[in-house]
Design a protein around this ligand. Structure first.
Ligand SMILES: [Zn+2]
Length: 364
């Protein structure tokens, strides 16, 4: 009996030791961020910082003494280079991780501030303004925006997943400084969490479409299977689209008739659904991959290389990414000095944004 107990406790210790190799888990995350073939692969992976912290929070709730765990997480994060550390920033800032990170959070965030400030020493002073370039598209029978059908040397800036209380104000300030207008795709969740910020985006004259409620993968292929191996049904996907659109409408009293599928994962029946509801399927042809670690200059170079090669198009960025907020002035400068014009896309009928058949109007 004693032997059995001894064996059980040894294997239990072994298991905990194995699962708690925080340094290895963090390193795996850094590697995956470099090697993931898509944002979807990165976001749904067990090694994604959001998933990792979710797991660690749940482990810590089951443990009586979490001191060792906290020390190990902090030590492992502190060992990272600044650039690798930057992929954990949103988790460092998240209130729900406060308990796990209390001993190192401030130091790590300070390090990231220094890291970005260093890069901003070469940031341009943008003392120019773009000429207004608003273009209208008829979305009454649906519309698919791959390149936005814009002309040579014209680009559309798009920002997904926000608003973010930390980074969206910086994005707005950079755009305002040069009078550039963009299209924002808010998730229902972010819109409800940051209604005042969404109103600021609106007040600055940008178009605001929606991007699902919870950023779920809506397509009907294996890539969209969740951890339990199932994907959303058509009805669930439609509910995600409608509720996200509704959230933006509830905050603003309007929503641009534009929708962007999370991860660009869609399905013929859902695209037909958008068409039937006079809502544009808004894609992109230039991906900033701003979720990957890299310097601001690398991000701008990646975008500008594609812009020059294609000559025009729709640029995908995320206003929940610090790197995007920090590098935007540089990107705007390169676009301006490269002779590019920034297009604000709107629907042809100005009434469309008040009359979406995807939303239920609030009673006055
Ligand atoms: Zn997204």
């Amino acid at each position: 009996m004693k032997i059995l107990i001894a064996l059980v406790s040894v294997s239990a210790v072994g298991l905990i030791g194995c699962g708690n190799n925080f340094e290895a888990q963090i390193q795996k995350s850094v590697t995956l961020n470099k090697e993931a073939s898509s944002l979807l692969e990165w976001e749904v992976a067990d090694e994604n910082p959001e998933r990792l912290f979710e797991k660690w929070r749940s482990q810590s709730r089951k443990q009586a003494d979490t001191r060792e765990m906290k020390t190990q997480i902090c030590t492992s994060l502190m060992q990272l280079e600044d650039q690798a550390l930057s992929i954990f920033e949103n988790e460092l800032r998240a209130g729900k991780n406060e308990l796990l990170l209390s001993s190192c959070k401030d130091d790590l965030l300070k390090r990231l501030d220094t890291y970005f400030a260093e890069q901003n020493k070469v940031a341009p002073t943008n003392n120019f303004t773009f000429s207004g370039n608003t273009q209208k598209r008829d979305v009454s029978k649906g519309y698919t925006a791959y390149t936005g059908d814009v002309g040579h040397k014209e680009v559309v800036l798009t920002f997904d997943d926000g608003p973010s209380g930390v980074y969206t104000p910086k994005v707005l300030a950079a755009l305002k400084q040069v009078q550039a207008k963009a299209v924002f795709f808010a998730t229902g969740k972010s819109a409800r969490n940051n209604p005042n910020l969404l109103r600021e985006v609106a007040a600055d004259g940008h178009s605001i479409g929606s991007h699902s409620t919870t950023h779920a993968c809506l397509g009907s292929n294996n890539r969209c299977k969740n951890q339990n191996g199932r994907m959303l049904t058509y009805a669930e996907a439609v509910a995600e689209i409608k509720s996200g659109h509704q959230s933006v409408y509830d905050v603003l009293g309007w929503v641009s008739p534009f929708f962007r599928f999370p991860y660009g994962e869609s399905d013929p029946s859902l695209r037909q659904f958008l068409k039937d509801n006079a809502t544009a399927d808004f894609r992109w042809n230039i991906d900033s991959e701003d979720w990957r670690a890299g310097t601001n200059a690398q991000l701008v170079a990646k975008v500008m290389t594609q812009v020059r090669a294609k000559g025009k198009g729709i640029i995908l960025m995320h206003d929940i990414q610090r790197r995007t907020a920090e590098s935007l002035p540089m990107l705007l400068s390169e676009l301006y000095h490269g002779g590019y014009s920034i297009v604000l896309l709107q629907s042809a009928n100005p009434a469309d944004r008040y009359n979406s058949s995807l939303v239920k109007k609030r009673l006055p």
